[in-house]
Design a protein around this ligand. Structure first.
Ligand code: COA
Ligand code: AMP
Length: 636
């Protein structure tokens, strides 16, 4: 038992206001809060009346405290063979000038700015420039296609969009600007300005009435100071997948977020000012927001922006090369990245070529980490590998092994214990608390700690419906799992249609909506199936309209292409098959769990409520045709 953890956790649950008020003293405030926590109509607002600026806490504060010449950013791009660094002072200069461009284009506090960027320093500069003037940024991951971007533009209604001419995926050049142009064509809302970073690998065509060249504008721009904002003003909106086709815009406030970032950097990651912190993720995901940008910078660390992959850029030693070259102290990545390395270098030969003496620990999140991968990482690096569980909605770890308190013994497969403020419970369908080791719904007793979502952008009802209505008084995480007899948390998977492909959260419902638009498709079902590398991958089953004579393979390929065009390559749909009929219950519910068990080769039983038993034989044949092992015989 870790006494420090136990007492810290107990204090946070019994006296949350005192606990977080104490943590908030680490943040710079122009004006201190009047009330630590205010609850109005199920909205939990931390540090009400407080006035601060997230960009000030990430940059200016350190310069004022003498860290101006320390590196803030190291940019390492094996795909363009580029390395570049920025000190805190240099970074502030660029952020301030970029903020000035936004101000000149009419952006004021509360306006939204959509950011659609590859992993280059300008992505971070864009985010901080918005924070500096109190504008709300909404970063859209570069792997999403034009239609997805259009959906987010229509929801966030940005005054300005910031983008780049291209991204580079290993050796493939992805032209971002045509995707942006197409998205704006599709969206009803039109931004007044697009600020474009022209990369040397590709020069984008500019529309003179709308597009402006960032580099040219920056040369002319002046400097702007940080604009004080209320602690409860939104810092950003980050869209994430839910059960429907429409993504949910998670709103995160300035004050609570800064407090949680500071607390977690210190206590969860044991990161100290001056440490080199590397979250090998993307700024398009919450991990990138919290631990590429805000967490490390607010903590006075050096953060790494890596434009590459764990393998093939150029080899499976890429992660270890970066750790050695920049003396990385803390590494954070998705388990899938390590599975990719393990696949190509199972004996860990590459790691031996590099000096990892600076590395203190390796953190994993984004998907369930299988014990094999966790143990393999520890074996080849001789460093503690720490799984921790969190989601876009919380912005930081719900459960972890806090390296800054007393670390606890690791149980491979468990993200250890709930973090302060997260009053985690396991409830059954009726709302009764489950016994130790009994599987149920993972929920958080309200109030949630600082940094958790304030609401869903432009859809407050959805916030209540998705998270709060299921069990009054609790937040529904959407994950199922259990707590064992030692209080360790085990996260087993989603209860809804959300799947996790290579650490990317995707909605099967959204894929189904896209596939339903195919002219030959009558109905369809998309399920997540086990994958050795990516954890899970989507698989689509489609039923054709009567009288369609075309070859089934070409229809399946068309479905795959449609998802790629509408959602993006990141959806990773590569498996699609045509079947006669979907297996349904007599009340019309698709038997997804049974289908998944069949594909995963797990034991499955014939549901008593099935409408037509013969349908499953057809599915069995389709699965075999896709090259999957013969599903285990079902019992009735
Ligand atoms: N812009 C444009 N396209 C992108 C993209 C981006 N930012 N990111 C991914 N894509 C594309 C890829 O090029 C690929 O396209 P393809 O189907 O034409 O090959 C597709 O989306 C799927 O990409 P990805 O999931 O990255 O698979 P991969 O096979 O290229 O690489 C891994 C496999 C495991 C190496 C990779 O998924 C990985 O590094 N995962 C880590 C994920 C992560 O950090 N998650 C963060 C959450 S914590
Ligand atoms: P995202 O919002 O994209 O970060 O995805 C959050 C979801 O990813 C969670 O709800 C979980 O389903 C899953 N997840 C993230 N981290 C873990 C983890 N350490 N263990 C198990 N599942 C995880």
């Amino acid at each position: 038992m870790s006494l420090k953890y136990e007492s810290t956790y107990k204090e946070s649950i019994e006296n949350p206001e005192k606990f977080w008020a104490q943590a908030a003293t680490k943040v710079h405030w122009y004006h201190q809060w009047d009330k630590v926590l205010d609850v109005v109509d199920n909205h939990y607002r931390w540090f009400v009346g407080g006035c601060m600026n997230s960009c000030y806490n990430a940059l200016d504060l350190h310069i004022d405290n003498g860290r101006g010449d320390q590196l803030a950013i190291i940019y390492d791009s094996p795909v363009t063979d580029t390395k570049k660094t920025y000190t805190y002072r240099e970074l502030r200069q660029r952020v301030s000038k970029t903020a000035s461009i936004l101000v000149n284009k009419g952006v004021v506090k509360g306006d939204r700015v959509v950011i659609y960027m590859p992993m280059i320093p300008e992505a971070v500069i864009a985010m901080l420039a918005c924070a500096r003037i109190g504008a709300i940024h909404s970063v859209v991951f570069g792997g999403f296609a034009a239609h997805e971007l259009a959906t987010r533009i229509d929801d966030a209604k940005p005054r300005v969009i910031i983008s780049a001419s291209c991204g580079i995926e290993i050796s493939k050049l992805i032209k971002y600007k045509p995707l942006l142009d197409e998205a704006i064509k599709q969206s009803t809302h039109k931004p007044t300005t697009c600020l474009i970073w022209q990369r040397p690998q590709e020069r984008a065509n500019m529309l003179p009435w709308r597009d402006i060249d960032w580099e040219v504008e920056e040369e002319k721009a002046g400097l702007v100071e940080c604009v004080p904002v209320d602690a409860t003003d939104p810092l950003y909106i980050l869209y994430t997948s839910g059960t429907t086709g429409k993504p949910k815009g998670v709103i995160r406030s300035n004050g609570g977020h800064s407090v949680a970032m500071k607390w977690s950097m210190d206590n969860v990651y044991n990161a100290k000012p001056g440490d080199v912190f590397w979250a090998a993720s993307d700024v398009g995901w919450v991990v990138g927001h919290s631990y590429i940008v805000y967490g490390p910078l607010m903590n006075g660390c050096t953060t790494i922006i890596y434009e590459g992959k764990p393998v093939r850029t150029p080899n499976p030693g890429a992660f270890w090369r970066v750790c050695d070259e920049y003396k990385v102290n803390i590494l954070f990545a998705a388990p899938t990245a390590f599975r990719a390395i393990k696949k190509e270098d199972s004996k860990g030969e590459w790691v031996k070529k590099y000096d990892l003496s600076a590395l203190k620990s390796i953190f994993l999140a984004g998907e369930r980490c299988d014990s094999d991968t966790l143990e393999w990482i520890t074996k080849i690096t001789n460093k503690p590998a720490i799984d921790h569980w969190w989601q876009t909605e919380t912005g930081w770890a719900i459960a972890a092994n806090p390296m800054g308190l007393d670390p606890m013994p690791i149980k491979a497969g468990s993200p250890t214990k709930p973090m302060p403020g997260f009053n985690l419970k396991v409830l059954d369908e009726q709302g009764n608390e489950c016994k130790p080791n009994q599987l149920g719904n993972l929920v958080l007793k309200l109030p949630l700690p600082p940094s958790c979502l304030m609401s869903i952008w432009s859809d407050d009802q959805r916030y209540k419906k998705s998270y709060l209505n299921f069990y009054p008084g609790y937040y529904l995480t959407g994950d199922s799992g259990y707590i064992d007899e030692d209080g360790y948390v085990w996260v087993m998977g989603r209860m809804d249609g959300v799947i996790n492909v290579a650490g990317h959260r995707l909605s099967t419902g959204e894929m189904e909506e896209v596939i339903s638009k195919h002219p030959d498709v009558a109905e369809c079902a998309v399920i997540g199936v086990d994958d050795e590398l990516k954890g899970e991958v989507p698989m689509a089953f489609v039923v054709l309209k009567d009288g369609i004579e075309r070859d089934n393979r070409s229809i399946a390929d068309g479905v795959i292409q449609l998802v790629r065009e509408e959602i993006g390559a990141v959806a990773g749909l590569k498996l699609a098959t045509v079947i006669e009929k979907l297996p349904k219950t007599r009340s019309g519910k698709i038997l997804r769990a049974t289908m998944r068990s069949m594909v995963d080769g797990k034991e499955w039983s014939m549901p008593s409520t099935i409408e037509d038993e013969s349908v499953l034989a057809d599915i069995q044949q389709s699965i075999e045709k896709l090259g999957y092992p013969i599903p285990k015989k079902g019992k009735k």
